[in-house]
Design a protein around this ligand. Structure first.
Ligand code: KIV
Length: 270
């Protein structure tokens, strides 16, 4: 496990796989939640492009922009001292050309102060990953269900169930490892497929909806807190019901204001 009194580095994340220590990752989109997650001991904090759906009310991540990711990345940075801060690169910021990817990922690193970026895709983005690693940008890969390809994949579907899928996903993860990725997210795949990938590569796998055999787990913070209760999935474990707490608090405030119970003398200056 990385020491508690110094920042987590990509080498620590790689070493955790060798040591058999599970990696804990969560998303954050602002300084407040970033600091709460950081203080609570997560190893990786991901500023996911899920911000576009979870906070901004969009149906997919496709319309997330580079400026949006830089804004959220830079405010999360203010709250995070220890965890490895990783920023999702939005759709079309790295797929068009390697030049584009270098410029856009470089901007994210410079303007947010993050330690790494995450790109979706396997063999098709491996040359880009290699070029980024060559200029000193640590890259986290992401295979299986890749939300930026939601339309091409026919919706939010478990990947890896058809003949040949397991081999394809393993080859994608291996290509990312060869290209220098320091870890790979495995999203929405049967646990035995995730196990095959985890055994086939030496860099850690971080699962979401991919069972217990991954080297670590990531969840979207607002989903696991039950704050975004519009989203549910078999893999999601809710550790709190914050949406209900918010509704109930707002209702109590409403009743207090309408009845004149708030503010009372204890909340009033003399
Ligand atoms: O955008 C995101 O939050 C993600 C995680 C779910 C892995 O990519």
């Amino acid at each position: 496990m990385p020491e508690k009194n110094r920042p987590v580095r990509t080498l620590d994340i790689r070493a955790m796989k060798e040591a058999g220590d599970k990696i804990v990752a969560l998303t954050a989109y602002d300084a407040l939640f970033g600091s709460l997650v950081d203080e609570s001991g997560a190893d990786i904090i991901l500023v996911g492009d899920s911000v576009n759906t979870v906070l901004c009310g969009r149906d997919t991540t496709l319309s997330a922009t580079l400026d949006q990711m830089i804004y959220h990345g830079s405010i999360v940075r203010r709250g995070v001292r220890r965890a490895l801060l990783t920023i999702d690169m939005p759709y079309l910021s790295y797929q068009v050309s390697i030049e584009d990817a270098k410029r856009n990922c470089g901007r994210v690193m410079k303007e947010t102060g993050a330690e790494a970026v995450k790109l979706e895709g396997g063999r098709s983005v491996a040359p880009t990953v290699e070029a980024l690693v060559e200029i000193g940008i640590p890259v986290m890969g992401h295979v299986g269900f890749t939300p930026q390809s939601v339309h091409a994949m026919g919706g939010h579907r478990v990947q890896g169930r058809k003949a040949g899928d397991r081999e394809r996903i393993v080859e994608d993860a291996k290509a990312l490892e060869r290209a220098g990725a320091f870890s790979v997210v495995l999203e929405l795949m049967p646990s035995d497929v995730a196990q095959s990938v985890t055994e086939a590569i030496n860099v850690p796998t971080i699962g979401i909806g991919s069972g217990p055999h991954c080297d670590g787990q990531v969840l979207v913070l607002h989903d696991m807190l039950g704050l975004n209760d519009r989203f549910s999935a078999k893999f999601l474990k809710r550790y709190a019901n914050l949406a209900d707490s918010v509704r109930s608090a707002v209702k109590q405030f409403e009743a207090d204001v309408r009845s004149g119970r708030y503010p009372d003398s204890s909340h009033t200056y003399e």
